[in-house]
Design a protein around this ligand. Structure first.
Ligand SMILES: *Cc1c(COP(=O)(O)O)cnc(C)c1O
Length: 348
């Protein structure tokens, strides 16, 4: 049986009269716009953006194979994460469950919204335990956050496990697919029609190479999209961003993704050949997580060499680990050379 999303929504949001613009009522072809106190002097940006982002949604719908009504566009997926809290979680009453180690924003958004977050450590080889997650939930748990492929561990979780969790858990399940374009596993976006409690997050920030433009997606049941749209700032995506994103979307990303995946294999192989590297974790993303004998020393050496990577040494479950983003071939080559130079400097 399909779950009723409305029963999970905060009462103040369920009762909300959302902001509406006079232009929502405008259906004509031509018009003189004297409704929004804009400047009449055209410069490309004097008008407010479409708060419904109709044109961009139509383009994304065609690319993703998801109906426009199932697409929410946010100022980065970070906005979508925050909105999930604001729509579903009553501060100081409700709680959420998230996997750990994972993306830091779930915890930050929980703290900002004054909502308790319960972290469930991943198991052996960063595996997902549906039972452990369900055991951490109670009657006030509104949302479970999963991330697949996971940041910073790089692995994807089995599809059937994520779906079983969505079926057995009474609240919302957010599956953050920021790295899905680099993964062999298919997106869960095809499941949203059957499962109104699943919210799939994707982003333009990674494979689509638009981190600077701030565009993230939530792919979900129509009612969930409607709720998130009512709570967002009306003009969360600006005119300049929409037009640039539209142009870049048309170009596609196939060749870059193929190259990054090939370079990921090159980097992983090189790391596996280094004695100071204890473990190179398999990756479905555009980074490689590797465990070093002395991660802090390697990190400092790389910094001195002008290369910055992500030190995850102090993250529980990632002790000794650095997360290395796959860059251009020549950048990866410099990274590998630098690591080799470090290794030689330690063998005396
Ligand atoms: C990078 C990343 C994002 C992207 O966030 P944006 O706000 O869309 O840039 C989302 N989730 C995870 C797990 C990430 O690593």
């Amino acid at each position: 049986m399909k779950k009723d999303i409305n029963s999970l929504v905060r009462s103040c949001i369920a009762a909300l009269t959302p902001y509406s613009t006079a232009r929502d009522e405008y259906k004509g072809e031509l018009g003189i716009f004297l409704d929004a106190n804009e400047s009449p002097y055209e410069n490309g940006y004097n008008r407010y953006p479409d708060p419904h982002q109709k044109a961009l949604k139509a383009q994304i719908a065609a690319i993703k194979g998801v109906a426009a009504e199932n697409i929410f566009i946010g100022n980065g997926s970070d906005e979508a994460i925050d909105l999930v809290f604001r729509v579903f979680c009553e501060p100081r009453v409700d709680n959420v469950v998230a996997i750990a180690p994972s993306y830091g924003m779930y915890k930050v958004a929980a703290a900002i919204n004054d909502v308790e977050i319960r972290e469930v450590q991943l198991g052996e080889e960063f595996s997902l335990s549906v039972e452990a997650i369900l055991a951490a939930t109670d009657e006030n748990t509104k949302v479970v956050f999963l991330c697949s492929p996971n940041n910073p561990t790089g692995n994807s979780f089995p599809r059937e496990d994520m779906l079983r969790l969505a079926d057995e858990f009474e609240g919302m399940v957010v599956v953050d697919e920021a790295y899905i374009d680099f993964a062999e596993a298919a997106s869960l976006k095809s499941e949203i029609a059957q499962r109104p409690n699943v919210i799939v997050l994707q982003t333009m920030s990674k494979a689509w190479a638009m981190a600077g433009l701030r565009v993230g997606l939530a792919l979900a049941d129509k009612r969930v999209v409607e709720l998130m749209s009512q709570v967002k700032y009306p003009y969360n995506i600006n005119v300049a961003t929409m037009s640039i994103v539209s142009g870049l979307l048309a170009k596609g990303i196939d060749t870059e993704v193929v190259e990054i995946k090939a370079q990921r294999a090159v980097l992983a192989e090189a790391l596996k050949g280094m004695k100071m590297v204890q473990r190179v974790y398999p990756s479905d993303a555009n980074f490689v997580l590797a465990r070093f004998d002395d991660a802090d020393a390697v990190y400092d050496f790389l910094i001195a060499d002008g290369i910055i990577v992500r030190n995850r040494n102090r993250v529980k479950g990632c002790e000794g680990c650095l997360r290395l983003t796959v860059g251009l071939p020549e950048e990866n080559e410099k990274l590998i050379k630098s690591l080799k130079r470090y290794e030689e400097s330690t063998i005396r």
